[in-house]
Design a binder for this molecule. Structure first.
Ligand code: NI
Length: 219
Protein backbone atom coordinates (compact mmCIF):
# COMPACT_ATOMS: atom_id res chain seq x y z
CA UNK A 1 0.00 0.00 0.00
CA UNK A 2 1.42 3.38 -1.00
CA UNK A 3 2.20 5.95 1.64
CA UNK A 4 1.13 9.46 0.90
CA UNK A 5 2.80 12.57 2.21
CA UNK A 6 0.13 15.15 1.46
CA UNK A 7 -0.13 18.57 3.04
CA UNK A 8 -2.91 18.74 5.56
CA UNK A 9 -5.41 21.29 4.26
CA UNK A 10 -5.66 24.31 6.55
CA UNK A 11 -9.28 24.87 5.61
CA UNK A 12 -11.33 22.07 7.18
CA UNK A 13 -14.71 23.48 6.17
CA UNK A 14 -17.25 21.25 4.41
CA UNK A 15 -17.07 21.60 0.61
CA UNK A 16 -20.50 21.72 -1.03
CA UNK A 17 -20.29 21.53 -4.82
CA UNK A 18 -16.57 22.19 -4.37
CA UNK A 19 -17.06 25.40 -2.37
CA UNK A 20 -16.27 25.73 1.36
CA UNK A 21 -19.26 26.56 3.57
CA UNK A 22 -19.20 27.76 7.21
CA UNK A 23 -21.94 25.46 8.50
CA UNK A 24 -23.50 22.28 7.21
CA UNK A 25 -25.96 19.81 8.79
CA UNK A 26 -24.83 16.28 9.66
CA UNK A 27 -27.58 14.94 7.39
CA UNK A 28 -27.53 16.57 3.94
CA UNK A 29 -30.87 18.32 3.15
CA UNK A 30 -31.24 16.08 0.08
CA UNK A 31 -31.33 13.04 2.40
CA UNK A 32 -34.21 14.58 4.37
CA UNK A 33 -36.22 15.12 1.18
CA UNK A 34 -35.29 11.97 -0.73
CA UNK A 35 -36.70 8.47 -0.91
CA UNK A 36 -34.59 5.32 -0.61
CA UNK A 37 -34.57 3.30 -3.82
CA UNK A 38 -33.38 -0.21 -4.63
CA UNK A 39 -29.67 -0.41 -5.47
CA UNK A 40 -28.79 -2.38 -8.60
CA UNK A 41 -26.33 -5.28 -8.23
CA UNK A 42 -23.39 -6.38 -10.39
CA UNK A 43 -24.71 -8.42 -13.31
CA UNK A 44 -27.65 -6.11 -13.99
CA UNK A 45 -27.50 -4.79 -17.54
CA UNK A 46 -27.73 -1.09 -16.65
CA UNK A 47 -24.44 -1.29 -14.71
CA UNK A 48 -22.57 -2.55 -17.77
CA UNK A 49 -23.13 0.18 -20.33
CA UNK A 50 -22.52 3.88 -20.82
CA UNK A 51 -25.31 6.08 -19.46
CA UNK A 52 -27.19 8.76 -21.39
CA UNK A 53 -26.24 12.41 -20.98
CA UNK A 54 -28.45 14.59 -18.80
CA UNK A 55 -30.23 17.13 -21.02
CA UNK A 56 -33.19 18.34 -18.92
CA UNK A 57 -31.64 20.76 -16.41
CA UNK A 58 -33.49 22.83 -13.82
CA UNK A 59 -36.42 20.42 -13.59
CA UNK A 60 -38.16 19.19 -10.42
CA UNK A 61 -37.62 15.62 -11.72
CA UNK A 62 -33.84 16.05 -11.74
CA UNK A 63 -33.89 17.59 -8.22
CA UNK A 64 -36.01 14.71 -6.95
CA UNK A 65 -33.66 12.17 -8.51
CA UNK A 66 -30.67 13.79 -6.78
CA UNK A 67 -32.56 13.78 -3.45
CA UNK A 68 -33.35 10.08 -3.87
CA UNK A 69 -29.72 9.31 -4.73
CA UNK A 70 -28.55 11.10 -1.57
CA UNK A 71 -31.09 9.25 0.59
CA UNK A 72 -30.22 5.90 -0.96
CA UNK A 73 -26.48 6.54 -0.56
CA UNK A 74 -26.96 7.49 3.11
CA UNK A 75 -29.11 4.46 3.96
CA UNK A 76 -26.44 2.25 2.38
CA UNK A 77 -23.61 4.08 4.22
CA UNK A 78 -22.09 4.93 0.84
CA UNK A 79 -19.51 7.55 -0.08
CA UNK A 80 -20.88 8.07 -3.57
CA UNK A 81 -23.64 6.77 -5.80
CA UNK A 82 -24.18 6.84 -9.57
CA UNK A 83 -27.65 7.07 -11.19
CA UNK A 84 -27.44 3.63 -12.81
CA UNK A 85 -27.04 2.22 -9.31
CA UNK A 86 -30.70 3.10 -8.75
CA UNK A 87 -31.64 1.90 -12.23
CA UNK A 88 -31.69 5.35 -13.88
CA UNK A 89 -29.90 5.66 -17.22
CA UNK A 90 -28.30 9.09 -16.76
CA UNK A 91 -24.79 10.45 -16.39
CA UNK A 92 -25.15 11.72 -12.86
CA UNK A 93 -23.55 10.93 -9.51
CA UNK A 94 -23.65 12.21 -5.92
CA UNK A 95 -21.14 12.12 -3.08
CA UNK A 96 -20.95 12.67 0.67
CA UNK A 97 -17.50 11.61 1.77
CA UNK A 98 -14.96 12.64 4.40
CA UNK A 99 -11.39 12.41 3.12
CA UNK A 100 -8.28 11.31 5.04
CA UNK A 101 -7.62 14.94 6.05
CA UNK A 102 -11.01 15.15 7.76
CA UNK A 103 -12.60 17.35 5.08
CA UNK A 104 -16.17 16.44 4.13
CA UNK A 105 -17.20 16.80 0.48
CA UNK A 106 -20.88 16.86 -0.55
CA UNK A 107 -22.39 17.33 -3.98
CA UNK A 108 -23.69 16.11 -7.32
CA UNK A 109 -22.47 16.38 -10.90
CA UNK A 110 -24.07 15.63 -14.27
CA UNK A 111 -22.20 14.60 -17.43
CA UNK A 112 -18.83 14.39 -15.64
CA UNK A 113 -15.62 14.15 -17.66
CA UNK A 114 -12.34 13.38 -15.92
CA UNK A 115 -9.35 15.49 -16.91
CA UNK A 116 -6.70 13.47 -18.70
CA UNK A 117 -3.46 13.17 -16.77
CA UNK A 118 -0.21 12.94 -18.73
CA UNK A 119 1.48 9.55 -18.36
CA UNK A 120 4.59 11.07 -16.72
CA UNK A 121 2.44 12.84 -14.10
CA UNK A 122 0.42 9.79 -13.13
CA UNK A 123 0.77 8.87 -9.49
CA UNK A 124 -1.15 5.69 -8.71
CA UNK A 125 -2.08 4.76 -5.17
CA UNK A 126 -3.39 1.42 -3.99
CA UNK A 127 -6.15 1.51 -1.42
CA UNK A 128 -9.10 -0.66 -0.51
CA UNK A 129 -12.35 0.12 -2.25
CA UNK A 130 -15.91 -1.19 -2.19
CA UNK A 131 -19.09 -0.56 -4.16
CA UNK A 132 -22.74 -0.43 -3.10
CA UNK A 133 -23.57 -2.56 -6.17
CA UNK A 134 -21.14 -5.25 -4.97
CA UNK A 135 -22.43 -5.57 -1.40
CA UNK A 136 -19.87 -6.96 1.04
CA UNK A 137 -16.34 -7.22 -0.36
CA UNK A 138 -13.56 -4.62 -0.58
CA UNK A 139 -10.49 -4.94 -2.77
CA UNK A 140 -7.32 -2.95 -3.35
CA UNK A 141 -7.63 -0.91 -6.56
CA UNK A 142 -4.97 1.34 -8.11
CA UNK A 143 -6.27 4.87 -8.72
CA UNK A 144 -4.81 8.29 -9.46
CA UNK A 145 -4.11 10.29 -6.31
CA UNK A 146 -5.66 13.43 -7.77
CA UNK A 147 -8.68 13.87 -10.00
CA UNK A 148 -10.54 16.74 -11.63
CA UNK A 149 -14.03 16.25 -13.09
CA UNK A 150 -15.85 18.78 -15.23
CA UNK A 151 -19.60 18.67 -15.74
CA UNK A 152 -22.77 20.54 -14.83
CA UNK A 153 -24.89 21.04 -11.73
CA UNK A 154 -28.65 20.35 -11.68
CA UNK A 155 -29.38 23.78 -13.12
CA UNK A 156 -26.97 23.30 -15.99
CA UNK A 157 -24.21 25.54 -14.61
CA UNK A 158 -20.65 24.43 -15.42
CA UNK A 159 -18.96 22.72 -12.48
CA UNK A 160 -15.34 21.73 -11.82
CA UNK A 161 -14.64 19.43 -8.87
CA UNK A 162 -11.12 18.61 -7.69
CA UNK A 163 -10.28 15.77 -5.36
CA UNK A 164 -7.27 14.23 -3.65
CA UNK A 165 -6.90 10.92 -1.87
CA UNK A 166 -10.17 9.15 -1.02
CA UNK A 167 -12.22 11.86 -2.71
CA UNK A 168 -10.19 11.57 -5.92
CA UNK A 169 -10.78 7.79 -5.72
CA UNK A 170 -14.52 8.39 -5.31
CA UNK A 171 -14.66 10.73 -8.35
CA UNK A 172 -12.91 8.11 -10.49
CA UNK A 173 -15.05 5.22 -9.17
CA UNK A 174 -18.33 7.06 -9.84
CA UNK A 175 -17.26 8.27 -13.30
CA UNK A 176 -16.36 4.64 -14.10
CA UNK A 177 -19.95 3.62 -13.21
CA UNK A 178 -21.35 6.03 -15.81
CA UNK A 179 -19.14 4.38 -18.44
CA UNK A 180 -20.46 0.95 -17.47
CA UNK A 181 -17.44 -0.10 -15.38
CA UNK A 182 -17.16 -1.41 -11.82
CA UNK A 183 -14.01 -1.54 -9.71
CA UNK A 184 -14.11 -5.30 -10.29
CA UNK A 185 -13.10 -4.55 -13.92
CA UNK A 186 -9.88 -3.00 -12.63
CA UNK A 187 -8.62 -5.98 -10.64
CA UNK A 188 -7.25 -9.40 -11.64
CA UNK A 189 -9.78 -12.02 -12.79
CA UNK A 190 -9.07 -14.33 -9.87
CA UNK A 191 -9.57 -11.46 -7.41
CA UNK A 192 -12.83 -10.59 -9.12
CA UNK A 193 -14.11 -14.15 -8.78
CA UNK A 194 -13.16 -14.22 -5.10
CA UNK A 195 -14.92 -10.89 -4.53
CA UNK A 196 -18.10 -12.19 -6.20
CA UNK A 197 -18.03 -15.31 -4.00
CA UNK A 198 -17.61 -13.12 -0.96
CA UNK A 199 -20.53 -10.98 -2.11
CA UNK A 200 -22.77 -14.03 -2.42
CA UNK A 201 -22.13 -14.82 1.22
CA UNK A 202 -22.45 -11.27 2.53
CA UNK A 203 -25.24 -9.80 0.41
CA UNK A 204 -28.23 -10.77 2.51
CA UNK A 205 -26.81 -9.30 5.72
CA UNK A 206 -25.76 -6.07 3.95
CA UNK A 207 -29.23 -5.60 2.45
CA UNK A 208 -30.85 -6.21 5.85
CA UNK A 209 -28.61 -3.56 7.42
CA UNK A 210 -29.53 -1.07 4.67
CA UNK A 211 -33.24 -1.74 5.21
CA UNK A 212 -32.83 -1.15 8.95
CA UNK A 213 -30.96 2.12 8.35
CA UNK A 214 -33.61 3.29 5.87
CA UNK A 215 -36.29 2.60 8.52
CA UNK A 216 -34.24 4.54 11.08
CA UNK A 217 -34.15 7.49 8.67
CA UNK A 218 -37.93 7.20 8.37
CA UNK A 219 -37.76 6.12 4.72
NI1 NI B 1 -19.74 1.83 -6.93
Amino acid sequence: MAVRFGDTPRDRRVRVQGEPVDAYPRLAPEVERGAVRRITVVGEEILGRRCQEVTGFGTPELSRLIDDMFATNRAAEGAGLAANQIDVDLQLFVWDITDEWGVRHVGHIANPVLDEVAADCRELVEESEGCLSVPGPHRVVPRLDRAVVRGRDKDGNPLVIEGRGYFARCLQHETDHLHGHLYLDRIARRERKAALREMAGAKEAVLARRAALAAELGK
